[in-house]
Ligand binder design. Structure first.
Ligand code: PLP
Length: 447
């Protein structure tokens, strides 16, 4: 785990000078209530003044350990020098032309990198967008147009975004969908392999999902199967081995496109460039965003050339999609991932964290499962000795970490999973300290 110059500039240490949130954050929170919609909430209402590597410095002089990376975005660390420098340069050169009006080279370079890095060595093309949800929407557009079919198959616990089409693709009602309908049609949901709660093999669950598709839809009406190779918001659910390959094989055999949503799992997070790499699954289309551009908004759909080039001129795009500043950031972030070998760093984080959490899980029956890959790590909490989800204890543990200056996120259809998504460059001592706080909070709050 390498230390960057920016990390050296901002001490990589937890420092608590006030209670969390401090008085300045509380004052800003009051102003916020009068200006910002209640629909947009924050996990931890601590306002940030500066950040680097694995720490967030707030407006009260506290330094927090970041175990969330702004939801798997700052994989290369906050304000990574490899990102900051090219962004500064690009802002000084030009900020926007709209690629659909007059193009520029760094958009091409990002697409070339995506072709090289994403799974499969076939001929690929990409299109760039602003957000993950926008990328998913466009993947669905492309799949429908390229196949001439309409049905899209998604999974239990799936999360694909908050726009109208992606709300329909997302599984969980409250808070993402409730009251926001009507939703887009031709979306069908099938079971997901969930090893902690379902002992069947990956192939057995895939067989059930495929049976449903064949009986309820008919393969020839399905444009695409859309799946997160490891589910994110839904609970860090990694399907049993064999599940993804079986679904992917069925898709290929039936002219159905396999779309991997790697928005949360991508860009070294799981210890490989993409989570599909772990089982040698090659998607027809892949959506990326979050970790790609070191914090700047950028997303992509990358896919087989014949699919992507079946799109008529002007059928894809957007005013800001592939903004040159965001592209400069992405090229810098990708360079950092390559040069600092952050896929290996993610595996090292996993090697450090999993044994500690598994040892703790051995001592209690309030933890159903510790799971994930690399630096994408989930802990599922249940009422002791049962399989009943315990969102209350999960939330208490997260809040206890927050009060001690450790930014920890939760997730899961039942809100009972703590998820760790540290920046892949996090200082080892800082990570250990964050873990110690988390372990203490777990011991204190489980019943
Ligand atoms: C975050 C996320 C999205 C949505 O991305 P936004 O940039 O928030 O629109 C879609 N899919 C997955 C798997 C995600 O984790």
């Amino acid at each position: 785990m390498t230390v960057s110059p920016a990390q050296a500039a901002l001490p990589q240490a937890r420092v608590l000078r006030t209670e969390i949130p401090g008085p300045n954050s509380r004052e800003l929170q009051r102003r916020r209530a009068a200006a910002v919609s209640t629909g947009v909430s924050s996990v931890l209402p601590v306002f940030i003044a500066e950040a680097a590597g694995g720490v967030l410095h707030d407006v009260d002089g506290n330094s927090l350990i970041d175990l969330g990376s702004g939801i798997a975005v700052t994989n290369v660390g906050n304000a990574a020098p490899e990102v900051v420098e090219p962004v500064r340069r690009q802002v000084g050169e030009f900020t926007h032309t709209c690629f659909m009006v007059t193009p520029y080279e760094n958009y091409l370079q990002v697409c070339e990198e995506l072709a090289a890095l994403t799974p499969g060595d076939h001929d690929k093309r990409s299109a760039l967008f602003n957000s993950g949800a926008e990328a998913v929407e466009n993947a669905v557009k492309i799949a429908r147009r390229a196949t001439g079919r309409q049905a899209i198959v998604v999974f239990d616990h799936a999360y694909h975004g908050r726009t109208n089409l992606t709300m329909a693709l997302t599984a969980k009602s409250v808070p993402y969908k409730h009251g926001f309908g009507p939703f887009a049609p031709e979306i069908y949901r099938v079971p997901m392999s969930y090893p902690a709660r379902d002992p069947r093999t990956g192939e057995q669950v895939a067989r059930e999902a495929i049976d449903r598709i064949e009986k309820q839809l008919g393969a020839d009406s399905v444009a695409a199967v859309l799946i997160e190779p490891i589910q994110g918001e839904g609970g860090f659910i990694e399907p049993a081995a064999g599940f993804l390959p079986a679904i992917s094989r069925w898709c290929t055999d039936n002219g159905v496109l396999f779309i991997a949503d790697e928005i949360q799992t991508g860009f070294c997070r799981t210890g490989a460039w993409f989570a599909c790499d772990h089982e040698n699954v090659v998607p027809d289309l892949i959506t990326t965003a979050k970790g790609m551009a070191g914090g700047l908004p950028l997303a992509a759909v990358t896919g087989r050339a014949e699919l992507m080039d079946a799109m008529p001129p002007s059928s894809l795009g957007g005013t800001y999609g592939g903004n040159p500043v965001a592209c400069a950031a992405a090229l810098g972030a990708i360079r950092a991932m390559r040069e600092r070998d952050l896929a290996t760093a993610a595996r090292e984080i996993g090697d450090l964290v999993f044994p500690r959490l598994r040892a703790l899980a051995e001592t209690t029956d309030a933890i159903l499962d510790v799971r994930g890959r690399g630096a994408m790590i989930g802990i599922e909490f249940v009422k002791p000795g049962t399989a009943e989800s315990d969102p209350e204890v999960t939330s208490r543990i997260a809040k206890a970490c927050h009060a001690q200056g450790v930014v920890i996120l939760t997730c899961g259809t039942y809100g009972n999973v703590i998820r760790l998504l540290p920046p892949l460059v996090i200082d080892e001592a800082l990570l250990e300290e964050g873990l110690t706080v988390l372990e203490g909070a777990i011991r204190e709050h489980i019943r």
